[in-house]
Design a binder for this molecule. Structure first.
Ligand SMILES: Nc1ncnc2c1ncn2[C@@H]1O[C@H](COP(=O)(O)OP(=O)(O)OP(=O)(O)O)[C@@H](O)[C@H]1O
Ligand SMILES: [Mg+2]
Length: 261
């Protein structure tokens, strides 16, 4: 497994925010962590990125224990929920920033930067400053800035939250094809069920700091482990056997019915 999270725990004061979190992800796959606001998604990403130290547990990347390694030395790039752009730099300068640390010529970096700006639909804004562009545009600059360095492991914290529906769909497709093309391993945090079902190779349903279910999205969709998971995925109703096994799923659209073993 390329990424292994083993029994991660994090508390703030009395409050345990992440509890015994164990997940593993093969190289080149996209993991969606899906959960409601406050369930511990950002806290989890911050531990993988190295911005928060877990109270206990381990993080391994490519077999190496990185739990105690500072963020800048981890083979990980993060797209923060709050963007974290450099306000004194232009859009293009922000995007090519990470290339400074790679052996790449200026002209080449510029050309690559413009290509990534094109991909996120911001080619016309290369020279603008961050305060001159909208929130949704800033979000796309943050995405381009992270992806341009073609990180082996990319963490994305609700990277499309500020985009309208049409742009969301487009950015999803761009991200998925880039991820496939470059074989990037990604951890993508969202509270959007549809986004998770579409993007994920594997999906973790999280609630109150715990992973309730971890599997391929369609497997979870057809075999939710509990009424909570089913409800969270937008299923209308379920029939449970007395022993707690799931007998039947009835969807919100009320037409389809699926039998789960
Ligand atoms: N630095 C901190 N100090 C104290 N409590 C914190 C801190 N960071 C997070 N928390 C608490 O931990 C819980 C989980 O926060 P987290 O940011 O991980 O949630 P989230 O799943 O990312 O939510 P959202 O979808 O709203 O971004 C919340 O109840 C939050 O108040
Ligand atoms: Mg968050």
């Amino acid at each position: 497994m390329y990424l292994e999270l083993s029994h991660l725990k994090k508390s703030f004061g009395e409050k345990t925010v992440v509890e015994d979190l164990t997940l593993s992800l093969p190289q080149g796959e996209l993991l969606c962590i899906l959960g409601s606001s406050g369930c511990g998604k950002t806290t989890t990403l911050n531990m993988i990125g190295g911005f928060l130290a877990p109270d206990s547990g381990q993080i391994l990347v490519d077999g190496e224990d990185i739990t105690a390694i500072p963020p800048e030395r981890r083979p990980v790039t993060t797209v923060f929920q709050s963007y974290g752009l450099f306000p004194h730099m232009t859009v293009l300068q922000n995007v090519v920033y990470g290339l400074k640390f790679q052996r790449i010529r200026r002209a080449e970096a510029r050309e690559k930067g413009l290509r990534y700006l094109e991909m996120v639909g911001l080619a016309d804004y290369a020279g603008a400053y961050i305060h001159e562009i909208s929130g949704g545009q800033q979000q796309r600059v943050a995405l381009a800035r992270a992806l341009i360095v073609e990180p082996k492991l990319c963490l994305l914290d609700e990277p499309f939250s500020n985009l309208d529906a049409a742009l969301r769909v487009k950015m999803r497709q761009e991200l998925k094809s880039l991820q496939r093309e470059l074989g990037m391993t990604m951890v993508f945090v969202t509270h959007d069920q549809e986004e998770a079902l579409i993007l994920a190779d594997r999906m973790a349903i999280m609630e109150q700091g715990r992973v309730l279910q971890y599997d391929a999205p369609l497997h979870i969709y057809h075999n939710p482990v509990s009424p909570f998971v089913a409800d969270f995925l937008g299923l209308k109703d379920l029939e449970w056997r007395q022993d707690g096994a799931l007998l039947k799923i009835i969807r919100r659209d009320d037409k389809e019915e699926h039998h789960a073993g």
